[in-house]
Ligand binder design. Structure first.
Ligand SMILES: [Zn+2]
Length: 289
């Protein structure tokens, strides 16, 4: 069995769709890019499981970004998935949260945003609501209730080994059926964090929903891959302008830009900069640390 997969499923009787994911290698690659304190690492893992699940609920060919911003010790969590299943993400903090029991205690007041970005960066859609809830799962349930009016339940979990999640949601076009959704929701509430992290999709769905008519679809792969590139760095420097770039070069001798998502170092000297602004291309040395 592959360890980094996403499954969609359907509960046919009550018009509920769902998704299940478990990520092992992907999560380990992503979470070791920075030295995350345990509680922040858990939150990032939950966010990664969440964005993977969310990709099944949104019809979109570009990238989907989940962003949490707050004024608490953890001020940013951002995770991104592309249509091919590649993911990246990071968290930023100013202090190690003393109270890690709730999302609000860790992140303070802020917002949760889901952004759809097309190939052309100008084409984007963003849904945004206040960050409210004891957990990321709860904050996302609020998001779907407020912005889509779609009853949604989520469970998310992460440890050092893997992150995992399950989502159930009323099929958007279907007739609202609160009683049925409530029943599915109560069945889901019997799930323990250990089961979520340890069970594969089929046994978990059987364990939860054996009395429902479950259709489990084929797994799709999820993997860690950053979308940074020499081209993007160049475009960013061109936006910054020749004068600004010259000023940094005069002061520092070269420009080093490290991608925060994957730690790739992009390095540019004054000859590269001259090429960049004269011809619109620069031979940037791209080295991994
Ligand atoms: Zn990168």
């Amino acid at each position: 069995m592959s360890t980094d997969i996403l499954h969609r499923f359907l509960l046919e009787t009550p018009n509920v769709r769902g998704a299940w994911t478990s990520l092992e290698q992907t999560w380990q690659q992503l979470s070791t890019k920075s030295n995350y304190p345990p509680a922040i690492k858990t939150l990032l893992g939950e966010a990664l499981a969440a964005i993977t699940l969310l990709s099944t609920t949104i019809k979109h060919n570009g990238s989907i970004i989940l962003q949490l911003r707050g004024n608490g010790p953890v001020h940013l969590v951002v995770v991104q998935i592309q249509a091919n299943g590649s993911v990246r993400g990071l968290a930023r903090w100013s202090a190690i949260p003393e109270d890690t029991r709730s999302l609000n205690a860790m992140m303070g007041q802020g917002h949760i945003a889901i952004t759809l970005e097309a190939e052309k960066e100008s084409e984007r859609y963003q849904g945004i609501i206040a960050l409210e809830g004891d957990s990321l799962a709860q904050a996302l349930e609020n998001y779907f209730q407020q912005s889509e009016q779609l009853p949604t339940r989520l469970y998310l979990s992460a440890n050092d080994q893997r992150c995992a999640g399950i989502l159930v949601q009323r099929i958007p076009e279907s007739q609202p059926d609160p009683e049925n959704f409530e029943r599915v929701s109560l069945l889901l509430d019997t799930l323990t964090p250990e089961e979520l992290l340890d069970l594969a999709a089929a046994p978990m769905l059987y364990r939860l929903f054996h009395e429902e008519n479950v259709r489990l679809f084929n797994a799709s792969p999820v993997f860690f891959q950053c979308t940074c590139s020499v081209d993007r760095i160049e475009r960013m420097l061109i936006t910054l302008g020749n004068e600004e770039v010259e000023a940094i070069l005069a002061e520092q001798g070269k420009i080093d830009i490290t991608c925060e998502f994957c730690n790739t170092l992009y390095s540019l000297d004054s000859i590269d900069a001259k090429h960049l602004f004269l011809k619109g291309v620069a031979p940037i040395n791209n080295t991994l640390h």
